[in-house]
Write a protein that binds this ligand. Structure first.
Ligand SMILES: [Zn+2]
Ligand SMILES: [Zn+2]
Length: 337
C-alpha cells in the first residue's frame, strides 16, 4: 500500500514538472459559518479540479483554510469564482513570497472538525470580533510605540528560522499549547498594545477575537501575516522588521524574507536554516540540517537513523511496525530575542 502510494506520488510529481505553464502558490482563509461542509467540499473539489488547482484545503463548520497552486491561465477564473461565491467573497488571496510553482502536485480537500486546531470553543466567544488588521507600514510604526508587545503565534520550528525582531517567541510545538501561555503572560504584563502575527493571518484572526473576549484592548494583527508583509515591504521599499525565513507547510518548507540566517544546524551548530525531514521513514523528524551534515548523515538526523535507512526496504518496514513517532517532545517557556 505504502509503496503503491509512493509510485503514484512520483508519477504526479513528474507530471507537474512537465507542465508547460506556470503555477502560482496562494493561500487564503475565512471564518464563516458553513452549514454543510461536506457539500461545500465536494463542490470545491469539482470546481478546483476543473481549474487544475492543486493544494491542501481544510473545510469545517467554522470556515475554510486553503493552500493552493493555480495554473497561470486559471487565475482570472479563480478570482471570479472567489468573488462570486457566498462563502469566499472578500478573502485575501495571499501570494507566496518565493514561488517556484511546484508547491503541490495534487488536490486534497478534507472536511475537518475545525480549520484551525486551537482548542478554543467558538460558542464561548464572538469569533468575528477580531483585532484590527494592520498593513506592513502601520505595523512597523506600531512596533515602535512604548509598552507594545509583539507575539509570534507560530511554533518553535517556524520562528527558529525567521521572526520579527523583539518578538515574544513561545517555545511550543503546537499552536494550541501556546494559547494559555500567551494569555497568562499578557495578564501579567498588561501591555498598552498587543501586536500579533503568524504565517498567513489565520491564527491571529481567531486569537485576537479570543483576547477581546478575555478583556484585552488594542489588539492588532498583521494583515495577511508574514507572507503579505514581505510582499508589501518589497513593493513599497520599506524597512523589514522580520528577519530570516518564513516557514511554510508545503514542499518548499520556507520562503526567504531577508538574507540573514538566524538558525543553526541541529547537528553541527553551524549557521543554517534549511528544514528537512529525516530520510528514515520511521523517524521523519523535522529538523534543520546544513549541506555538509546532509551528506555526512545521508539526509538523516542521527547515526542510528542513517543505519536504519541503509537497511533493505522490507526490513525497515518491519522495524517501523508499532513504533512510536519519536518527533514528540514538549517544552513550554518564553524566549525573548
Ligand atoms: Zn551541520
Ligand atoms: Zn531520524
Amino acid at each position: 500500500m505504502i509503496l503503491h502510494n509512493k509510485i503514484d506520488k512520483e508519477v504526479l510529481k513528474q507530471q507537474l514538472h512537465k507542465e508547460p505553464y506556470y503555477r502560482h502558490t496562494l493561500s487564503f482563509y475565512k471564518f464563516i459559518e458553513i452549514a454543510d461542509p461536506q457539500a461545500f467540499r465536494n463542490e470545491l473539489f469539482i470546481n478546483f479540479s476543473e481549474m487544475q488547482i492543486f493544494g491542501r484545503i481544510y473545510v469545517a463548520n467554522e470556515g475554510i483554510n486553503a493552500q493552493i497552486s493555480v495554473p497561470e491561465h486559471q487565475m482570472e477564473l479563480l478570482n471570479r469564482y472567489v468573488n462570486e461565491h457566498n462563502y469566499l467573497q472578500g478573502v485575501l488571496l495571499n501570494h507566496a513570497i518565493e514561488d517556484n510553482g511546484k508547491s503541490f502536485y495534487k488536490l486534497k480537500i478534507l472536511v475537518k472538525h475545525k480549520i484551525l486546531s486551537d482548542g478554543l470553543i467558538n460558542s464561548e466567544f464572538d469569533i468575528y470580533n477580531v483585532g484590527l488588521h494592520l498593513d506592513a507600514n502601520t505595523y512597523n510604526k506600531k512596533l515602535g510605540e512604548p509598552n507594545t508587545i509583539v507575539i509570534d503565534l507560530r511554533n518553535s520550528y517556524e520562528h527558529e528560522v525567521g521572526h520579527f525582531s523583539g518578538a515574544l517567541l513561545p517555545d511550543v510545538d503546537t499552536y494550541k499549547e501556546s494559547i494559555p501561555i500567551i494569555v497568562n503572560m499578557l495578564e501579567e504584563k498588561q501591555p498598552d498594545n498587543i501586536l500579533l502575527y503568524c504565517t498567513g493571518g489565520i491564527r491571529c484572526e481567531k486569537f485576537s477575537a479570543y483576547l477581546h473576549h478575555k478583556g484585552f484592548k488594542n489588539v492588532f494583527q498583521l494583515k495577511g501575516g508574514v507572507i503579505n508583509y514581505a510582499h508589501q515591504v518589497k513593493k513599497l521599499s520599506i524597512e523589514t522588521k522580520f528577519i530570516g525565513k518564513n516557514f511554510v507547510f508545503d514542499d518548499r518548507m520556507g520562503e526567504r524574507v531577508t538574507d540573514d540566517i538566524i538558525a543553526r544546524c541541529h547537528q553541527c551548530g553551524e549557521a543554517a536554516d534549511t528544514h528537512v525531514n529525516c530520510a528514515n521513514e520511521a523517524c521523519h523528524l523535522l529538523f534543520i540540517q546544513c549541506s555538509i551534515c546532509a551528506s555526512k548523515f545521508n539526509h538523516c538526523c542521527s547515526v542510528s537513523c542513517m543505519d536504519q535507512h541503509a537497511l533493505p526496504g522490507e526490513t525497515q518496514k518491519l522495524l517501523r511496525k508499532g513504533k512510536v513517532h519519536p518527533n514528540a517532545h514538549h517544552k513550554s517557556k518564553f524566549q525573548l530575542i
